[in-house]
Every structure is written in structure tokens, then in C-alpha cells.
Write a protein that binds this ligand. Structure first.
Ligand code: ADP
Length: 451
């Protein structure tokens, strides 16, 4: 391509040749006065000048070819950009700085529901609904000072169409002096995005409402079970008193009735306490009371306590302790509750065979407790569900056995609170093994959370 520098060199060369030609004319005139030597020199110079001119012409031709090629490339590039502009999936517009449309692509025409050729010359403001036009114009007036506005959310309205949510990205085009001369617009229909945002917002609101409802429910459960516990305790206390002190004065039928009151009361109290624990764990209010105690002793006493239940069902109840004394730091009442739940479930869901409890020590100052039964087992699909609150599997058998479906979720939350883990393996018809792993020394607990 010829640059201004190249052009001036060429002009200088032409001027030099002109000067030489001039001189030649003069020389030729003088030569006629009988000086043939001068004529020869002048012709020689003319030859040199013509050669230089020829080189300059070659150079010019070459530069012209380069210029043509560059022009063609620029045209192809322009064409490519024009096509990109034309077929872009988003609406593109070019307007003057007052927002009057100068160019528009197909997508813009489609978005504004108007033929492409009719868009040119129209103010973009005429596609902004009345309520938004003022805001649009005031922003438009500021565009010559800013270089770019990104994702400006606006309402647009196509010709004879309903308004829609749009995001406008505007770029100011400037001349060499920096004066704003045009605006490039990218228009995007964001109706779907807005709808999704609105739905998300609604879901978040509903979520908050659900969390609040859940909190109220937990609070209600806590209050009710608290209120029920007091009269229940007095029913139990008085029926126990009647049984202990006066049973010899009553008819056997009456004693049986009082025994029933006592046993059912105990059962009800257990349910109330489970619900209360559940609401405490849910409400993050449960704190462990740590102490040093002997795990071996605790396990032995639990097994003794539940022995009658196993006996009633003719089940063998076995214990295997790795050591006669296993000192631990934990909440003995809460650990007792976990183990009673697992052991009574094992007895409850085993009709023949045995229930075995094993305790052994693990590396890194941990202990493991396993409760192994030869009972009905749990289907693999249900194995992860049973740790969730209120979950009972195999409803027909569990209804026969009773229960709230809270025991395992409470046991799981308590074991987590003790920085331990609870896991299970089970096979339908063969039995289940529940395994609890705990640190020997539980550190200062945080409050409990049921998830
Ligand atoms: P529930 O108080 O109703 O027994 P749990 O949370 O303790 O509630 O147990 C949930 C369910 O898990 C039970 O209803 C029962 O279906 C199943 N389950 C728990 N332990 C055993 C077990 N050892 N063998 C078979 N099924 C069990």
C-alpha cells in the first residue's frame, strides 16, 4: 500500500527526472553550437533518468497491487462483519447519539416486530413503553459522556406487540477528537431470565415461610410434649404408688388395671420424651453433659435392663466386651439412650435367634459398639431412609411393634453430637448390624442439630 512517505519519494523521483529532462533540453540547444560531447553526456543522463522513472513506475505498480489486495481484504472483512451483524442471534442497532436508528439487524427487527427497512430512521424511544420513556431519554442524554452501559434493564415494546423485559448494552462510538458520533446497541430479550428470577424469588420466600413454619411446629411440639410430661409423670407416680402400697388391698382385676395404666403411661412417657428430644435437637438446644464413666459397666447395665424383653421372645442376648473396664468421657445418659434404642430395636425386630452386643477398642483413641441381630432385616432401599425422622419401614410389621419413627434419627443426631458415626448393614431375613464409633474422649460439645 502507498503511504504518504512513499508517495513523496515517488514525487521527488519524478521531479528529479523532470529537472534532468529540462537540462537535457538546454544541453541539446547548446549542442547545436558544435559541442557533440555535451550531447552524448546529456543522452546518457536521459537514459539514467528513464531507468529511474521505469523503476519508480514498477514500484508504483507494485504498490498499487498491494493497495488493491488490501482493499479486497478490507471489503471481505467488512462483508464478514456485516453478515455477523446481520445474522447475530441478538438484536444489534446503530443509532445516532439521539437514538435515531441508522442500522438494524434481523434479530432487532424481529424483536421489535417491524420490517428491518422500516426500523431505519425511527427513534429507538418509540419502542419504549410510555411509562419508561422518560427514564430512557434521561439515560440516552447521558450516553455521550459514558463509554458503555452494560445490561441496562428496560422495557421494550415491539410494533403492535406487548411490552417485554430487555437488557440493553450500549457503546458510544467516538471520532478522532473524542466526540460521540454514534451509539451501538445490543438488545436482548430477558423475559425468560426475569421469569426464572421471579420464580427463584418466590421459591426463596416459600422456603423462608417453610423454615418459619417448621420452627413453629418444632416449638409447638416442644411445648405440647413438655405440658404432657408433667401430668404423665403424676399418673405414673400415683399408679406406681397404688401398686406398691395398696396392691394387697385390691381385687386382682383392679391390680391388673392399675398395672395397665402404669405400663401404658410408661410407654406414653417414652414417646413424649422422644418427641421432646427431637424438638430440642431440631431447635439446637441440646447440650451433652460430659463426665468420665466406664463404658463396659454402662453396656452391662443396659443389657441387664433389656434382658427380660429378650427372654419374653426366647432370644439369646449376648455381650462381648474387649476389656472389663473401658473408661470414656461422654454423656452417659445420652449414650445410654442411643444404645437402648438400638438394642430394643434389635429385640423388637428379631423373632428368632439372637441379639449380640460387642464393644471393642479402635486405633486413635476411639471405641466401637456393634448391635447385631438375626431379625427381619432392612431392605437396601430403606437403609438410608431409616435415619430420617419419622421414617418407619415395612409399616405392617412396625405398626405391630409400635414406635414413633424418631428413635434412629435421634440416635444418629446424638452420635454426631458426640463426634461419632453410626452405620448399618442389613440383609432382609438375615438380620442387621448397627455400628457406632465414638471418640474415647468427647470434647466440649456444641449444640445438637437434626438435619
Ligand atoms: P421406631 O421408634 O419406630 O422403631 P426407629 O427410628 O428406631 O423408629 O426405627 C425406624 C425404623 O427402622 C423402624 O420402624 C424399623 O422399620 C427399622 N428398624 C430399626 N432397627 C431395626 C432392626 N434392628 N431390624 C429391622 N428393622 C429395624
Amino acid at each position: 500500500m502507498i503511504t504518504t512517505g512513499d508517495e513523496s519519494i515517488f514525487i521527488q523521483q519524478v521531479e528529479a527526472v523532470q529537472q534532468r529532462a529540462q537540462q537535457l533540453y538546454q544541453c541539446a540547444g547548446e549542442a547545436s553550437d558544435g559541442q557533440p560531447q555535451i550531447l552524448v553526456e546529456s543522452l546518457e543522463q536521459l537514459r539514467i533518468a528513464l531507468e529511474e522513472l521505469y523503476v519508480a513506475e514498477e514500484e508504483l505498480r507494485h504498490q498499487n497491487e498491494q493497495l488493491m489486495a488490501a482493499r479486497q481484504a478490507a471489503e471481505a472483512e467488512r462483508q464478514r462483519y456485516q453478515e455477523l451483524f446481520e445474522f447475530a442471534p441478538d438484536g444489534y442497532l446503530v443509532s445516532d447519539i439521539h437514538g435515531t436508528i441508522r442500522e438494524a439487524n434481523r434479530a432487532a427487527a424481529l424483536l421489535l416486530n417491524i420490517a428491518q427497512k422500516h426500523l431505519v430512521g425511527k427513534p429507538l424511544a418509540s419502542f419504549v413503553p410510555d411509562d419508561y420513556r422518560r427514564g430512557f431519554r434521561s439515560m440516552l442524554n447521558q450516553l455521550h459522556v459514558v463509554n458503555r452501559v452494560q445490561e441496562w434493564e428496560m422495557r421494550l415494546c415491539g410494533r403492535e406487540d406487548t411490552p417485554f423485559d430487555a437488557a440493553l448494552t450500549v457503546e458510544t462510538v467516538r471520532d478522532k477528537e473524542g466526540n460521540a458520533i454514534a451509539l451501538r446497541w445490543l438488545l436482548r430479550d430477558i423475559t425468560a431470565r426475569k421469569r426464572a428470577e421471579e420464580q427463584m424469588h418466590q421459591i426463596q420466600l416459600q422456603n423462608l415461610e417453610l423454615i418459619e413454619a417448621d420452627r413453629l411446629k418444632t416449638q409447638f411440639i416442644a411445648t405440647i410434649s413438655h405440658e404432657l410430661r408433667t401430668p404423665m409423670n403424676s399418673i405414673l407416680g400415683f399408679s406406681e404408688l397404688l401398686l406398691r402400697r395398696f396392691h394387697h388391698q385390691y381385687e386382682p382385676q383392679l391390680v391388673t388395671m392399675i398395672e395397665r395404666i402404669f405400663n401404658n403411661g410408661k410407654h406414653l412417657l417414652k414417646i413424649i420424651e422422644e418427641i421432646l428430644d427431637f424438638s430440642k435437637l431440631k431447635g439446637d438446644h441440646l447440650q451433652l453433659k460430659l463426665e468420665v464413666f466406664d463404658l463396659a459397666k454402662l453396656v452391662t447395665s443396659i443389657v441387664e435392663e433389656l434382658h427380660p424383653l429378650a427372654e419374653q421372645k426366647n432370644l439369646k442376648l449376648q455381650v462381648h466386651l474387649a476389656a472389663s473396664s473401658i473408661p470414656v468421657v461422654n454423656d452417659s445418659q445420652r449414650l445410654r439412650q442411643v444404645l437402648i434404642n438400638l438394642l430394643s430395636n434389635a429385640i423388637k425386630f428379631t423373632d428368632t435367634g439372637s441379639v449380640r452386643l460387642e464393644v471393642w477398642e479402635l486405633p486413635q483413641e476411639r471405641v466401637a459398639i456393634a448391635i447385631i441381630d438375626t431379625g427381619i432385616g432392612i431392605d437396601s432401599a430403606d437403609q438410608t431412609l431409616i435415619f430420617q425422622e419419622f421414617r418407619q419401614v415395612n409399616q405392617s410389621s412396625t405398626r405391630r411393634h409400635g414406635g414413633t419413627g424418631l428413635g434412629l434419627s435421634i440416635a444418629n443426631a446424638l452420635v454426631q453430637l458426640m463426634q461419632g458415626t453410626i452405620s448399618m448393614e442389613s440383609q432382609i431375613g438375615k438380620g442387621s448390624t448397627f455400628r457406632v464409633e465414638l471418640p474415647r474422649r468427647v470434647s466440649l460439645p456444641t449444640t445438637g442439630i437434626l438435619t
